[in-house]
Design a protein around this ligand. Structure first.
Ligand code: COA
Length: 700
């Protein structure tokens, strides 16, 4: 049974705040409920009336005396809590609160919203809203909203954080005849949010495609799990707004964490299989192609056109969308050759030329569709004097019907003269675009889903049973006792080592004598580094000295370094000098971690050294769902990978050792949520093994 049945298929619905006055929302919703053809009982609730829209009115839900699973609440905000309590007592299971005047209005509203959630939880009620337009289900059917109009029956679920977006999409869908299974306006998402609706729509037999408009994700972990599961069964397409820098900055200002940064969203969507779109127009386009066309088996596209230029534009876009131009088989080419004019191109894109009528189009399309090496087709038509838009549309529809597993999209590039042909296509289930890029982009989305659906199962990090959390705890306690947040190098190294990260050993010396003893213990040559969390760019002020080979050199450098540092930063807290074993230079890599408030730890990997800023060679992953395979995929996204696997005949470096370091960092930051930032710069990769040379950890 689906979790939200009491919302989408309730037994008995009360409309609290129903009114006789037709202009009031309480009346609109009641009429919408009646008009929708809902099969259960509808109960108007109003303290003063006895009959509204032909139905018997009750003074309160608790006075109905029949089973009422859902209540739609349309009374002013101040009265909502009292109504919610009454509904809870009456055994209502889901509450849809239309009323505004909650969190969105300030502290008082926020407190009211909190109380409302408390009442719902206490009575085991789920809450949609407040500040919602309501919801609709065309299969139940049910319309518990104040939207103007009811969607056509179809298989797309649309979940929206914005009421305006919902009514706009509804209106558009009626105009172009696209059907929907559900419409949900989430409002303030005080209780139920996108994760719940995605999970429920994934189970809904009447939904094939899930569309969402969101401004934020409410519960990161819940969302990731729900989306990961849902996208294995049906496409989830999300338009997320609020991606500007200013928005992200505002969200993160007081915590220092990347609060819902766009990067974290990007990874969350990618890793959970969500198709992210950037524009409303794209959301519309994908809705149409997913509703009308099958998901292709592969990326190979054939383009058939009566004009060269647009054919090239479409071809260019094919690569951008991670599609491939199909290589037509010899048989197809030989079939096309004798039937098309000499000047026509019989290779992909197939150019039937500007003087083509329906016959050439039809023949070319039929031949191409029959080709095993073609997964999908795009037909481009320009309005020449001899073009036959309607007849060509009929031919496209006919050809498509013979190949139900291959999607076909139309591009009718023009205005009035092509309108009837374009309408014919749309009416017969072939999405039709005005520009080639848009068609190829939509096909790109459709094809991307074929990769998403077939992706390997979700991964976990290896268990790494050899880690020593107690040692890490001891270090953190010490750091906290000294009221610091940034660990000293030697402390960070200790933490890394406790988690099996091959860190270059480093010991803190407070005196020269101690430094010499540490150097002897570690073995020469050694590196000295000033130990001060306040000094970031140590090298710039002579706070790092490499290649010290004797006790004498260590002793001398100890004092000189102290002096240099003191003259640059007379007030900085200096804990001493760190002595580190020196390692041969390897290929320099960087691994970093920041913690996102919504989605948890986010790992960055890339090339290190002096070209870091120049090359911007970084790939990212959330630790959620990251195992060895994902780590490998992240590494392969970078230019560093070209070096690692052996550039220009060089022997490959130890990639598994790098994977291991990243995996163990993932484990460390998962076990210790107090680690807010971690940077290893550099990691040296060798032919055998890899080593973390400098580790920086910041805790809460
Ligand atoms: N139980 C049942 N009915 C009650 C009631 C109660 N406890 N308390 C009041 N009512 C009745 C009222 O008497 C009235 O009926 P009437 O027309 O017969 O007098 C009806 O409920 C509505 O109350 P009213 O005070 O007239 O409010 P309203 O209709 O002007 O506004 C809202 C109510 C909810 C529409 C309004 O407060 C609101 O929030 N509007 C914004 C909604 C919105 O935009 N939502 C989200 C969009 S994204």
């Amino acid at each position: 049974m689906q979790a939200l049945n009491a919302l989408f298929r309730p037994e008995g619905v009360a409309v609290v705040g129903a009114s006789k006055k037709r202009e009031k929302l309480g009346n609109v919703i009641l009429r919408n409920m009646i008009k929708s053809g809902y099969g259960g009982n509808v109960y108007p609730i109003n303290p003063k009336e006895s009959e509204i829209e032909g139905l018997k009115v009750y003074p309160a839900v608790s006075g109905i005396g029949q089973r009422v699973e859902m209540a739609v609440v349309v009374v002013p905000a101040e009265k909502v809590l009292e109504v919610a309590r009454d509904c809870g007592t009456a055994g209502v299971k889901s509450l849809v609160v239309i009323s505004a005047g909650f969190k969105e209005t300030g502290p008082e509203g926020m407190a009211r919203e909190k109380e409302l959630v408390g009442i719902c939880h206490a009575h085991g009620m789920r809450l949609l809203g407040p500040n919602s337009v309501g919801l609709m289900d065309t299969h139940t059917p049910l319309n518990a909203s104040f939207a103007a109009g009811f969607p056509l029956k179809g298989q797309i679920a649309f979940v929206s954080q914005s009421g305006a977006m919902l009514v706009a999409i509804l209106d558009w869908s009626l105009k172009i005849g696209i059907g929907f299974s559900r419409f949900v306006s989430m409002g303030n998402k005080a209780d139920l949010n996108e994760a719940d609706f995605i999970a429920d729509a994934a189970e809904d037999p009447n939904t094939r495609v899930i569309l969402c408009y969101i401004e934020d994700v409410k519960e990161g972990a819940h969302f990731l799990e729900a989306a990961e599961k849902a996208t294995r069964r049906k496409p989830v397409i999300i338009l997320k707004s609020g991606t500007s820098q200013a928005g992200a900055k505002a969200a993160s200002s007081h915590t220092g964490a990347l609060a819902g940064s766009d990067l974290a969203y990007e990874m969350a969507f990618k890793q959970s299989g969500v198709l992210r779109v950037r524009r409303m127009s794209e959301l519309f386009d994908l809705a149409v192609v997913f509703a009308r066309q099958p998901v292709p088996r592969g990326p190979r596209v054939a383009i058939i056109t009566n004009s060269g230029g647009p054919g090239i534009v479409a071809t260019d876009r094919v690569e951008v969308e991670r599609l491939e131009m199909a290589r037509l088989s010899r048989k197809t080419v030989e079939t096309l050759r004798p039937k098309l004019p000499l000047e026509a191109s019989v290779y992909n894109p197939v150019d039937v030329l500007g003087d083509a009528g329906v016959e050439r189009f039809s023949f070319a399309l039929e031949s191409v569709m029959a080709d095993e090496s073609v997964d999908s087709a795009v037909v481009l038509l320009c309005p020449t004097a001899v073009a036959e838009p309607v007849e060509t549309a009929e031919a496209i529809v006919k050809a498509k019907a013979r190949y139900p597993e291959k999607p076909v999209l139309g591009v009718y590039m023009g205005g009035e003269s092509l309108a009837s042909g374009a309408d014919y296509l749309v009416e017969h289930g072939i999405p039709c675009f005005t520009f080639p890029e848009l068609a190829v982009r939509a096909l790109g989305g459709l094809t991307a889903y074929s990769r998403i659906r077939e992706r390997p199962p979700k991964e976990e990090l290896p268990r790494y049973r050899d880690v020593d959390p107690a040692a890490v705890k001891r270090v953190f306690e010490q750091v906290r006792a000294e009221r610091r947040r940034i660990l000293l190098g030697s402390e960070s190294m200790e933490v890394a080592s406790a988690y099996g990260i091959p860190a270059a050993p480093m010991l803190l010396a407070r005196r020269a004598r101690e430094a010499v003893a540490h150097a002897a213990e570690l073995g020469y040559p050694v590196v000295l580094k000033v130990a001060s969390p306040e000094i970031i760019h140590k090298t710039d002020i002579g706070g790092v000295k490499i290649g010290l080979k004797t006790a004498e050199e260590v002793r001398e450098e100890f004092w000189e370094m102290m002096e240099r540092v003191h003259s640059h930063f007379p007030r900085a807290a200096v804990y001493g000098i760190e002595v580190q074993k020196m390692y041969p230079k390897g290929t320099e890599l960087i691994v970093g971690m920041t913690r996102d408030l919504q989605f948890g730890p986010l790992i960055a990997f890339g090339l290190g050294g002096i070209y870091v800023n120049l090359l911007r060679d970084t790939a990212f992953r959330l630790v959620w769902g990251m195992g060895r395979r994902e780590i490998q995929a992240m590494i392969e996204e970078t230019k560093a990978y070209t070096l690692l696997r052996g550039f220009r005949g060089e022997k490959p470096l130890d990639i598994p050792a790098v994977v291991e370091i990243i995996g163990r960092i993932g484990k460390l930051v998962s076990d210790f949520p107090e680690i807010v930032e971690m940077d290893i710069n550099p990691v040296f990769a060798y032919r055998e093994g890899a080593r973390a040379l400098d580790v920086k950890i910041t805790i809460e």
